[in-house]
Design a protein around this ligand. Structure first.
Ligand code: ATP
Length: 235
């Protein structure tokens, strides 16, 4: 008997105004897994994340988190259930220091990491304690953005293209961070264009195309499916 998945998405549809962009997304994420959403630009990956956190005004279908249906809930309610979102643009406050950025998030659920625990995960950040958000490198900003959602007590983390625009050495650091978060029991959904990176951190990959999940590839079978994947991603 397999345990129920932590997140179960079925028949998810979403619209921006009149524009229908998700056409029935289906996927599962088990507790403790790292799963990626792969796909071309505009496939619907970000919209899927925005639907899960409840910020898409018009959505339908089913999104069950820990057994609870969330499709009709507001974004604050969903956040309090333990889902944290780190947008592609990272969303940190540029005029605030590292310390202030970490102290700001309302703790939405018991069990959020302390500022000290976040510094133990990201030693670079501690050295930049009083630096303003704008003075950080792209990699430091990304770590701060992840640190902020860890403060909230979320156990499901949605990370939208965390490696985008970062140098290879920093991408590697983000990979280590994701591995250590997985080890601590966090469940992670990653939007990625970089499937080389994805293959170093993920257990499974869902391929999104034109608002649908069209395939699921276990990480161990990624190499064997590389032709198929190149065709999907057009790389
Ligand atoms: P990317 O990597 O480019 O972000 P994606 O797979 O995350 O790609 P989405 O951002 O989810 O794709 O976009 C899905 C579709 O919705 C695209 O056709 C996009 O043009 C459209 N779209 C995205 N944001 C908006 C918006 N704010 N208003 C209207 N249409 C949008």
């Amino acid at each position: 008997n397999k345990p129920d998945p932590l997140l179960r998405v079925r028949g998810l549809e979403a619209w921006y105004g009149e524009s229908h962009v998700l056409h029935g997304i289906d996927f599962d994420v088990n507790a403790g897994e790292v799963v990626t959403l792969l796909g071309r630009n505009g496939a619907g990956k970000t919209t899927t994340m925005k639907s899960i956190i409840g910020v898409m005004a018009k959505r339908k279908g089913s999104i069950r988190f820990g057994g609870q249906e969330t499709i009709g809930l507001g974004s604050r309610h969903i956040a309090r259930l333990g889902i944290g979102y780190c947008p592609e643009e990272r969303g940190i406050f540029s005029s605030l220091s590292v310390k202030e950025n970490l102290e700001l998030p309302p703790v939405v659920k018991p069990g959020g990491l302390s500022v000290a625990e976040i510094f133990s995960l990201f030693p670079n950040l501690e050295q930049r304690l009083t630096s303003q958000g704008t003075k950080l490198s792209g990699g430091e900003q990304q770590m701060l953005a992840i640190g902020r959602i860890l403060r909230t007590g979320a156990n499901l983390l949605l990370l939208d293209e965390p490696t985008e625009g970062l140098a290879p050495v920093i991408v590697e650091q983000i990979g280590h961070t994701i591995a250590s978060l997985k080890q601590r029991g966090f469940t992670i959904i990653l939007v990625e264009q970089n499937f080389r990176f994805a293959s170093t951190v993920a257990d499974r990959h869902y391929v999104v195309e034109q608002g649908k999940v069209i395939d699921m590839i276990p990480n161990a079978e990624l190499e064997a499916n590389s032709d198929k994947l190149h065709a999907y991603l057009g790389v």
